[in-house]
Design a binder for this molecule. Sequence first.
Ligand SMILES: C[S@@+](CC[C@H](N)C(=O)[O-])C[C@H]1O[C@@H](n2cnc3c(N)ncnc32)[C@H](O)[C@@H]1O
Length: 219
Amino acid sequence: MDPQFWHEKWQMQQIGFHQPQVNPFLIRFWTSLGLDANSKIFVPLCGKSLDMCYLAELGHQVQGCELSQTAIEQFFAENQLPFQVQSQQQHQFFSADQLELIQGDIFTIDPSVTASIGGFYDRAALIAWPETMRQQYAKTLAKLIPANVSGLLITLDYPQDTLKGPPFAVSPDWIEQYLAPYFEISLLSCEDVLADNPRFVNKQVPWLNEAAYKLTRKA
Ligand SMILES: C[S@@+](CC[C@H](N)C(=O)[O-])C[C@H]1O[C@@H](n2cnc3c(N)ncnc32)[C@H](O)[C@@H]1O
């Protein structure tokens, strides 16, 4: 997916991935990660997710990264948060009390920017990439997450030939092959959520698994 694809999605407000409520897996599994309440949480490809508000309400500092300036401006406007903007090279930093959203391409973020994070949260980021770019994203995530830092990863898996992504199917085998070199991986849950996803039902996708993993960056 090139940047233009996402800019057009935001411009046309074709944002079916955006959830009007906090992700249930986040609510269910976040505390089991055992992270410090005031630690900073990195949210790659954050969109305007309300999950960031949930994390902030738990006491975390939140550091998101998002390509679309529209998404970031909508996030602050819809949550009635006053913000400030600063530019640094090819990125803009939008900040409010507990939130800092970096507008720009995740592939151009320097690891020094995320050096002080104490956790991360990936919902609809890994699964936003087609296969070729997903491997590149996995390497970038590994570069941005410091040693021993844990996070929650939420994925979808389904027979890829039944539906054109995004979201793209990511299997447990893919996770093992491409993330295990960098992260300790623990499967927290895997459930068939087909009945809750009319787009997949309408396309006659036979099954749809949503999984939550705890990842910890290897030292
Ligand atoms: C499927 S959406 C998920 C958004 C969010 N995680 C959520 O749960 O609603 C993927 C997001 O990644 C953003 N994105 C795509 N490519 C990006 C890149 N190279 N760097 C930063 N953000 C990117 C898109 O603009 C889009 O908002």
